[in-house]
Design a protein around this ligand. Structure first.
Ligand SMILES: NC(=O)N[C@@H](CC(=O)O)C(=O)O
Ligand SMILES: [Zn+2]
Ligand SMILES: [Zn+2]
Length: 428
């Protein structure tokens, strides 16, 4: 049945649209965006006073299946995505076993089809088992639909192997996603190396652990012409390196997480394991720099690094607790509340960095409300106030440092290919 989404403020940066319009959805596609679209004989979704945006796309989602089903599954992660206004997510390969061959990519596609909620784009490993010794079956995985490769959880320490991978990726026209961490510098670090690590008596990871690998990667991207995507940028120096590289024309893109935009290493005080992740939360200057990078486009996209772990794992002592926090269900409200409302970035900038830009990085025809394209969209209530309550997450992961934070800018409807998958916070 045809649907008219009536009277919302449509914000679609891919078409420079920002105004009150109706949206006509027919056969799962956007048919028209205009004023006063005839509603007779069509289902009406009232969006008056709300904002209609392209569905969000997450470049950085850990779904944990296979092998980590106590933390998350493709189904529970897809539900969390739908709840958060996401219509497309990635499935990163650091599962058990690691997604490093075509058969496992095919299996991810099957699991996603079974969940049947949001689009799930598998990302394959760069090296077998992400062990950093031997290239994975990159070509075969891409044939099965992998949109990128990464050894996320770690970088690719061997520069020669990385360079070979980059040459393949360039040929296959896919981006290589890198987690920049020079292991010798990060050592057994538990949080950012600084005042807080000293006070807590824990080993720190210096920002140089991130930038040393990043600098190497930029050199190799320039040489090979491979598109490199820098995951979870966390420090000022990294933003500067990427800014310079872009000016030079190096094919680099970058993402930042909501937590690196909003928190500093102070959040770790009291040995809060829900503030433990890689890369670590850094200083106020770093937060200012990643915000500026996101605003000026040096950083292309927001990636959640949704990394669910069980409550019992996170209840361990700080050193034993795993790295990572969830993000899909809190990303937009947190960033709307703390970046858009105070004017750090505009709503249209935030939407662009959560939809159209990540879609372009993945090379998928989404993140836009262009007529003829799939009706993948979200409706946001910018007036509604809510308290983040981790017990209400659809994700199995409750590991968030944002529990009980008040937010506004709540996704109230998510639609994928014209099908409503979430309405008023309830996932279908
Ligand atoms: N970010 C994290 O701290 N953890 C991620 C891995 C990663 O993104 O490096 C995870 O898979 O748990
Ligand atoms: Zn990582
Ligand atoms: Zn990650």
């Amino acid at each position: 049945m045809e649907m008219v989404i009536r009277g919302g403020t449509v914000v679609d940066p891919s078409q420079n649209i920002d105004g009150i319009f109706d949206v006509l959805v027919a056969e799962g596609k956007i048919a028209r965006i205009a004023q006063n679209i005839e509603a007779e004989g069509r289902e009406i979704i009232d969006a008056a006073g709300k904002v209609v945006v392209p569905g969000f796309i997450d470049l950085h989602t850990h779904l944990r299946q296979p092998g980590g089903e106590a933390k998350e599954t493709v189904l529970t992660g897809s539900r969390a995505a739908a709840a958060g206004g996401y219509t497309g997510i990635t499935a990163l390969p650091n599962t058990r076993p690691v997604i490093d061959n075509a058969q496992m990519v095919a299996r991810q596609n099957e699991l996603a089809a079974k969940a049947n909620l949001v689009r799930v784009w598998p990302v394959g490993a760069v090296t077998k088992g992400s062990e950093g010794n031997e290239l994975a079956e990159i070509g075969g995985m891409v044939k099965q639909g992998a949109r990128a490769v990464t050894d996320d959880g770690r970088g690719v320490p061997d520069a020669r192997l990385l360079r070979n991978a980059m040459l393949y990726c360039r040929e296959l026209d896919i981006p290589l996603f890198e987690h920049c961490e020079e292991e010798a510098l990060a050592g057994n670090g538990q949080l950012h190396e600084g005042v807080v690590s000293a006070r807590l008596g824990l080993q720190g990871m210096p920002a140089a652990a991130e930038t040393v690998m990043l600098a190497r990667d930029l050199v190799l991207a320039k040489e090979t012409g491979c598109r490199i995507h820098i995951m979870h940028v966390s420090c000022a120096e990294a933003v500067e390196l990427i800014r310079k590289a872009k000016k030079e024309g190096i094919p680099v893109t970058a993402e930042v997480t909501p937590h690196h935009l909003l928190l500093t290493d102070e959040a770790v005080e009291g040995y809060n394991t829900n503030a433990k992740m890689k890369p670590p939360l850094r200083t106020a200057e770093d937060v200012a720099a990643v915000r500026k990078g996101l605003a000026d486009g040096t950083i292309d996209a927001v990636g959640t690094d949704h990394a669910p772990h069980t409550e019992s794992e996170k209840a361990n002592d700080f050193i034993s607790a795993p790295f990572g926090i969830v993000g899909l269900e809190t990303a937009f409200p947190l960033l709307y509340t703390h970046l858009v409302r105070p004017g750090v970035i505009s709503l249209s900038q935030l939407v662009e960095r959560m939809s159209w830009r990540p879609a372009a990085i993945l090379g998928v025809p989404h993140g836009t409300l262009k007529p003829g394209g799939a009706a993948d969209l979200a409706i946001i209530d910018t007036q509604q106030e809510q308290i983040i309550e981790k017990e209400r997450f659809y994700s199995k992961g409750k590991n968030t440092p944002f529990d009980r934070w008040p937010v506004t800018g709540i996704p109230v409807l998510t639609m994928v290919a014209g099908t409503v998958v979430m309405r008023d916070g309830k996932v279908e």
